[in-house]
Design a protein around this ligand. Structure first.
Ligand SMILES: [Zn+2]
Length: 52
């Protein structure tokens, strides 16, 4: 069992290094079959989820 600490931290975008409190989920075009999460500040891709 892995212990999980809940901390109220603000995630920082690895691209623009700004604090982000939300992400944008792209669901259009070539990304429509995947869940693609983008930074709302610089719009760069943070991560890709599984097929929707
Ligand atoms: Zn960013």
């Amino acid at each position: 069992m892995v212990a999980i600490d809940k901390e109220k931290i603000s995630p920082i975008c690895p691209h623009c290094e700004q604090k982000i409190d939300r992400v944008i989920m792209v669901n259009r075009g070539a990304f429509s079959i995947y869940q693609v999460f983008c930074c709302p500040k610089c719009e760069k891709v943070l991560g890709v989820g599984g097929a929707a």
